[in-house]
Design a protein. Sequence first.
Length: 298
Amino acid sequence: MDHQLVFQKKRTLLTVISDILFEMRIKQWTKNLLVFASAIFSGAILNPSTLIDAFLAFLSFSFMASTIYIINDIVDVEKDRLHPEKCHRRIASGAISIPAAIMIGIITFIIAIGLAYSINYSVILAVLAYFVMNLSYSLYLKHVVLIDVMIIAAGFVLRAVTGALAVDGVLTSWFILCTLGLSLFLALGKRRHELLLFKNDPSNQRKVLNFYSVEMLDQLMTIITGVLIMFYSMYAASEEPAMMFTIPFVLYGIFRYYYLIHMKNAGGKPEEILLNDKHILATVILFAILVVVIKKFI
């Protein structure tokens, strides 16, 4: 009997931990890998001190992102319960109470600021800017057409900028423009997926989607795809000649993602595409390795 009681307590503890990690969206931390971009493009990623600072910035941004996810889930708890996927989130399902969620959010916020403080003050300001921007998004801006997409994209740009501030790395106009183009591409794909998800039941979709159409989003994605390819090609041409060899990887990655969005109805969760699609994952890894080799040894 005692052994059964101990087993049940352990299982309960593991369930609580699992619920907390699920609510923190650990899988979505892959979005924050963009923090490493500056260190990779500077060629300093193999430097131990640079790698450590970039990793700390990654963790800081990830914990702050988890704080925002928790706040957003508290604000949208009633709407999430009507969503076919979001109803499984731990706050919406009732597995985590709102008071407990608030406490978890406070802890993740403190950890994020503490990690940023261990790097430098610029990183603290960048992480706080991300918090304020996304808090505004959760409370109001996500209901404003086009601004909602711009805020999502700005979050990705801040990730890249935070990484640059953490390691004193690459922070050029081309770098920011490329990040912005990629961010808009991903954000538009996410909205397109959400629109199709509620195609047969538009009453339960978020209000801002009423101002979008699949045709409009397709046109915007076509525009931003061309702009993104142009931005990166011009960036590569302005660097070492060998950087031109990275362009095919960028083209294939964009085309593959575009294929998944239009033919497989993906795009709602970029982090899952990165982990689950072998083509995208291999392309990203090979691209990163090639950039490091070019920057470090050529």
